[in-house]
Each structure stands twice: as C-alpha cells, then as structure tokens.
Design a protein around this ligand. Structure first.
Ligand code: HEC
Length: 312
C-alpha cells in the first residue's frame, strides 16, 4: 500500500535492486498519467456487483469514511447488517460490514474503547471479512485486513492456532498481491521493541512494499486513484517506522517525498507530517532511549489511522 517513493528509495541502504527498479522506464518515477490506472496484478479481482456498489448502506459508508465522520458509523454498521441479511451472497456488502467494524476498532469514539464495545466489532470484522474472502477468493486485499485481525485476536486470547491462521492468511495475500498486503505485515510487527527481530520484519516489509509498488505502476494500492490520500498517509507510516529504527535520512526522505505530491495541499494532516520533519531528531531520540513511556505517537496507533489515507 506504500507509494513507490524513488526519492526515499535512493537513500535506503542495501536496496540496490529498488534503485534499479526506480531508474527503469515505467518505474515509479513515471508520472501516473503515463501508466494505465487501476491495474492490479494478474489473478487479483474483486467480485462487486452494481446492486451492491449502489446499495445505500455502501454509499453511506463510503461518504462517512471520506468525510472522516465517525458519528455516522453506528448507523452505517446497522444498515450494512440489514443489507448483509438481505443480500447474503454479495462480497462487497460483507466486506464493507467487516471494514466498518474494523474502523471502530482502529478509531473508537469515546465510550467505544472498552472491551464490551470492542469485542462485538472484533467478531464482526473477523466473521464478515472471512465471509467476503470465501465469496470472492480472488479479492486478495481482504487478506490485508483479515490477517491482522486474526493475529491480534490470537495474541489477546493467547491462542497460537489463531495467530498461525492469521499469518497464513497474510502469507497467502502477500503471495498474490504484495503491493497491497505487505503493508499489513508492518502493522502486526511495528509495535515490537525496535531491537527485536520482529521489528526488523516490519521494516523489511515496507522496503519490499516499495519494491512491489515499483513493479506495478498504476496499481490503486500504490496511488491516490481510489483512496484520496493513500500516498500521503502511507508516507507517515513509512517515515514513522524508519524513524523508530533510527534511520534518520531515510525517514526524512519518506516524509519529504509526500510533500512533493500533487495531493499534499488538499490533505488534512499536513501539520502532522510537517511536525514530524521538524521534530525528527527528538522523535528518534525518544524511540532510542530505554524509557518506553516517552515514545512518540506513531501512525499505526493513531485514532486517525484510517483517516490519514481515507479523508478526502
Ligand atoms: C496507508 C493508507 C491506508 C490506510 C492507513 C487505510 N487504508 Fe483503507 N484503503 C487503502 C487503499 C490503497 C485501499 C484500496 C483501494 C483498492 O485497491 O481498491 C483501501 C481500501 C479501503 C476500503 C474500500 C474497499 C473498497 O473496495 O471499496 C475501505 C472501506 C477501507 N480501506 C477502510 C479502511 C479502514 C477502516 C482503515 C483503518 C483501519 C483503513 N482503510 C486504513 C489505503 C489505506
């Protein structure tokens, strides 16, 4: 899901292959207009129907997410539940219901943080994402959402079988759709201590994600073609993981590259990014010292983590 940042890429150590991908014609330096838009890897296909896409519950969810309006979410979930009962065979309806629950898990409103509110959404996200993937086994984007849900579920319940199931879902998705699903490998390891090998796995995933995006120009996983600020939001995640690793110049390049994009001026989270560039040394120092209580806020734990990419 990370835009192929050639600027950042040239600075990343030990990634000569990425630099080569960047320099090649049709690589990510090519303007978006020059490549076919909304192309996905062979074998990846959604199973959306006009009925589902135009369904009022789906339209309402899309509008609420674009507006970053969490106050509409409860009504969106209720409408999607009714729709899923009426149209049980529609991938898109189950997928949207699962994602609306995921939105609540990631960006809870006041009063939604406690386990009694989170548990029904964790179950709702898991069950409807699973159903959507069964209905449409070629929509490998679903692995990016379902895998982390299962891993977190398993970690919370200390249930190794569920953790393993989550990683198996992620691996299947990554094999089919790396430019989209690798991003989720970052999400499941980014909270590990920076010296832990698991954290290095998160870092490796973002580097691989950049590579996968360079290989598929025009893929909506890597551009702003479907999600209005995918590129800017991804830069925050990328910069934050690089800063946590202490990779100063790479982090700065990742943040700065987002500022160069055509959609930066219309992005609501410009101050977050600018502050990160200005306070980069402090951010790195707070990650590096041994006191976890002063660690800086990170994109993957923010209660605006969906909004970074999805708010219009
Ligand atoms: C780094 C940017 C980024 C973040 C963060 C992000 N998304 Fe997305 N989201 C995307 C991209 C890219 C797509 C894929 C569009 C496509 O390929 O069809 C997408 C797709 C979606 C879709 C639409 C699926 C469809 O086919 O209509 C929903 C709903 C969604 N995301 C919800 C969320 C929620 C909820 C969160 C927070 C838990 C979130 N997203 C976090 C970038 C992001």
């Amino acid at each position: 899901m990370i835009e192929a940042y050639c600027g950042a890429m040239k600075l990343l150590a030990a990634t000569t292959l990425l630099v080569a991908a960047c320099a090649s014609p049709g690589g990510s330096d090519a303007p978006d207009a020059a490549v076919p838009s909304n192309t996905r890897p062979t074998g990846v296909a959604l199973c959306y129907s006009t009925t589902a896409s135009n369904h009022p519950a789906v339209v309402m969810f899309d509008a609420a997410l674009r507006a970053g309006d969490r106050s509409k979410r409860a009504a969106v979930i209720e409408s999607l539940k009714v729709a899923a009962e009426a149209l049980p065979g529609e991938e898109q309806i189950h997928l949207m219901l699962g994602l609306a629950h995921l939105w609540r898990l990631a960006e809870p409103l006041a009063g939604e943080e406690m386990p009694s509110a989170q548990l029904p959404s964790a179950l709702g996200a898991r069950d409807h994402l699973k159903r959507a993937y069964e209905l449409c086994p070629t929509d490998h984007r679903i692995a990016a959402w379902l895998g982390p849900i299962l891993v977190r579920f398993g970690r919370t319940l200390q249930d190794q079988a569920t953790i393993d199931e989550g990683f198996a879902v992620l691996d299947r998705g990554i094999a089919a759709y790396p430019s989209f699903v690798l991003f989720s490998r970052l999400l499941v390891f980014a909270d590990s201590p920076r010296t832990d090998p698991a954290f290095q796995t998160a870092l490796g995933a973002v580097v691989e994600n950049i590579d996968a995006c360079a290989a598929t120009p025009g893929d909506p996983a890597c551009t702003n073609s479907i999600v209005p600020h995918n590129r800017e939001g991804a830069a925050l995640f990328l910069g934050d993981v690089l800063a946590k690793n202490g990779s100063r110049s790479e982090a700065e390049a990742a943040y700065s590259d987002a500022k160069a994009g055509a959609d930066f001026p219309s992005w609501s989270y410009q101050p977050e990014l600018t502050a990160r560039i200005q306070g980069l040394d402090d951010r790195i120092a707070r990650h590096e010292n041994t006191d976890p209580s002063d660690d800086p806020p990170v994109a993957w734990a923010a209660t605006t983590q969906c909004a970074f990419c999805h708010t219009q």
